[in-house]
Structure formats: C-alpha cells, structure tokens
Ligand binder design. Structure first.
Ligand code: UD1
Length: 356
C-alpha cells in the first residue's frame, strides 16, 4: 500500500510527523512525502523537519507565496503530474491551509482516495480562508479523521456519511507530548517568570493598519505589567514595517523553532494568540490563552480548556489579563483522546486490509 502525504505550511508539520511515524511500523505501507513549498523560510519549515524528525520531502513543489488563487492553482498544477507519476493508493492531507484543499481537489478529480487529518473543525466564519479550505476538503475527502466530538457533529450536519468519519484524537498533541521533555530542558533565555507570549498572523488582525495598531497598543500596555515576548510571523513583520508601527518596546523575536516555542509556551504566564494550534497546545499545557478572534474552530478549548475568546476588544483583553495576574486564571482540563496516540489510531485504520 502506497500512502502519499502532502504538507505545505508550518502547522502541517506537527500533524504529519506522528502519522508518518506510526505508519512506519507497518511493513506493507510505503510512504511518500510531498512539500508544496507554501512556507519556504528555514525557520518556517526546515527547522521543523529537523526537530520533528520528518524525513526530507521526496518532492518539493516550491510554489512560494502569492494570492490565494495563484498559490492554490500553482500547487494544483505542480502536484497533478506528481500524483500521476507516483500513483498512490491514498493521499493524506492535513489541517486547513491552501496546500490541503489544493491537493484534495487534484486527487478527487483523479479518483485517488483522500484522507483528511483534522477534519470537521468549523469556525462558521467564511471570511477566514481556512474555513473555506476546511469545508471543501471535508466534502472531497473519502476518509475523515476528527480530533473531537464537535468535528463529528459538524460533518454529520453537512451530510458526510458517518461511516467515513473516525474520531482519533489530536495529532498535534502527539507531537507536543513527544517533544515536551526536550522543551523542558531549554533554558530561560534571560526571560523573567512573568512574561506573556504573543503570536499574531491572521489577515483579519494584521492586514488593516488600524486593527494592528490597536492590538499592538494594547500589548504595549500589557508590557508595562509583564514582559511581552513576541515571535513575529513574516506576514506580520511585513505589515508592521508597511504601516510604520514602532513595536520596539516589546521583546520581538524571529519565528521560533518547535521545541523553543513549546518551551516558551509552557513557562508563559499567559499566551495571547490568533493561531488555531496554539489554542490547543495551551489547553494541553494548562496555560491561560487569550485568543484575538471572535470565534474558534476549536470550541473544545473554550468549553474544556484554558482558552478565552477576546476578539479585537482591547478592554476585554485587559480585563482577562488582569484576572490572570491576580491568580484567577481560568482552569481547564485535557479533552478526551488528546493522549499522544492519535497517529497510531490513524495508522491502524489506514493499514487495515481493504474490503474490496
Ligand atoms: C498559512 C495558513 C494559516 C496558518 C499559517 C501558519 C492558509 C490559507 N493559511 O498562513 O492557516 O495558520 O500558514 O503560519 O494556508 N512568508 C514568508 N516566508 C514563508 C512563508 C510565508 O515570508 O516561509 C510570507 C509571505 O510574504 C507570504 C505571507 O508570509 O505572502 C503569508 O504566507 P501564506 O503561506 O500565504 O499564509 P500564512 O499567513 O502563513
């Protein structure tokens, strides 16, 4: 059996690593890894391959950046001949990035079965490009692996046959559990006990100069009470420069490697973010998370975990942050099946002999 995996952007890499690993235990499974090249900077891609011990991709499509249409179309055009040549029995796609939907669309037209890892998540906000990618990928997929019960419910509502859906847990947490010991060994890097970790990259938060200035202004206030440590995504770096914003008082860092970022998260007093994956990681680590979005495709991090949605409401951010500093942070628990074995469950399902 030949399984071909497609990755493209940073958040795909923590998801593919445990699946590659778990499938390697099945001698009859051959695996191929394709990188679309959507993320191409060393610190957005290569360093994650090294730390997560992902083998070098068999093919890199080197699409790079572009508009959504251009990037998605480029991935499709370059990926199609690779699939035709490699003839996989199944293609696995991960998460909700442009590489995910592009590969799913190519394979479904070629009648190659598609498996979607991290299926069923919904923010119900179609202004987010990721939501479009999730909806379409799930419609196209032949087998869908969900991280939590809300995923199954969303898929059932959209008419996906329950027989195609497997609740396996959270693959991202598999990688976290594996590399947490390495993160614990990382030194404090001169940071105090009371720092707040920030990440920011969603177009809704960084592409409009008034919104970005508002958020950074609020973070400067937070910074006067606890040092703000902010690894800056390339998109955000560009916008800060374009809009001529002075964020120099914050502790600005380059995008961090996986283990270093995990080390920063686990020791943070609080995390302020608009990322999806970080909402999950903070829930697992029991670190308070204030999410700069009005909605989340990961509601379990709010209902069970440490996540609070503050949107772009500066007053709410300040109020929630004050509670954390007073020792009244929200307490959470770890959702079911976020146990480090999601990749193994996926591999066990995929490696079953087919009934046909
Ligand atoms: C993508 C995903 C998003 C995910 C995020 C994690 C989509 C629609 N979005 O957003 O879901 O949370 O990755 O990072 O797929 N750039 C670089 N170097 C790189 C990659 C990007 O400088 O290695 C810059 C380019 O200027 C590019 C911009 O960042 O135009 C945005 O990159 P892109 O891949 O289009 O989307 P992300 O914002 O990273």
């Amino acid at each position: 059996m030949h399984i071909l995996h497609v990755v493209g952007a940073r958040p795909n890499l923590m998801k593919v690593a445990p699946v590659l690993d778990a499938l390697a235990a099945y001698p009859h499974v051959r695996q191929t890894l394709i990188h679309s090249g959507q993320h191409y900077d060393t610190n957005m891609s290569d360093v994650f391959f090294q730390q997560l011990r992902i083998p070098a991709p068999d093919v890199n499509l080197e699409v790079g950046s572009g508009s959504h249409a251009r990037q998605t179309a480029d991935i499709m055009t370059r990926f199609e001949p690779v699939v035709l040549e490699r003839k996989p029995d199944m293609v696995l796609v991960y998460g909700d990035v442009n590489s995910t939907v592009a590969a799913a669309l190519v394979c479904s037209k070629l009648r190659i079965p598609v498996g979607h890892v991290e299926a069923g998540l919904r923010s119900f906000d179609r202004t987010m490009p990721e939501e479009i990618n999730r909806l379409l990928t799930d419609q196209l997929a032949d087998i869908l692996f969900t991280p939590s019960e809300d995923g199954d419910t969303n898929l059932a509502r959209e008419g996906i046959a329950p027989g195609k859906v497997h609740r396996v847990g959270n693959v991202m947490i598999d990688s976290l559990i594996r590399l947490l010991p390495a993160a614990r060994e990382k030194r404090q890097n001169g940071l105090p006990d009371n720092y707040v970790l920030v990440t920011l990259h969603r177009p809704a938060n960084v592409d409009d100069d008034r919104v970005l200035k508002g958020i950074l202004g609020c973070l400067l206030e937070v910074n006067s009470r606890a040092q703000v440590v902010f690894p800056v995504h390339p998109r955000t770096q560009q916008r800060i420069k374009d809009f001529g914003i002075d964020a120099g008082k914050l502790t600005l860092l380059e995008p961090q490697p996986y283990i270093e970022f995990l080390a920063l998260q686990r020791r943070a007093k609080a995390v302020v973010t608009d990322s999806g994956g970080i909402q999950e990681e903070t829930t697992y680590l029991n670190v308070p998370c204030l999410t700069l979005r009005d909605n989340t495709e990961r509601p379990i991090t709010v209902t069970m975990g440490t996540n609070i949605l503050v949107g772009q409401d500066g007053a709410k951010l300040r109020a929630e942050f004050a509670k954390i500093l007073e020792g009244k942070a929200k307490q959470g628990s770890i959702p079911p099946l976020w146990d480090g074995k999601a990749g193994e469950r996926i591999a066990a399902i995929l490696s079953r002999p087919s009934k046909s």
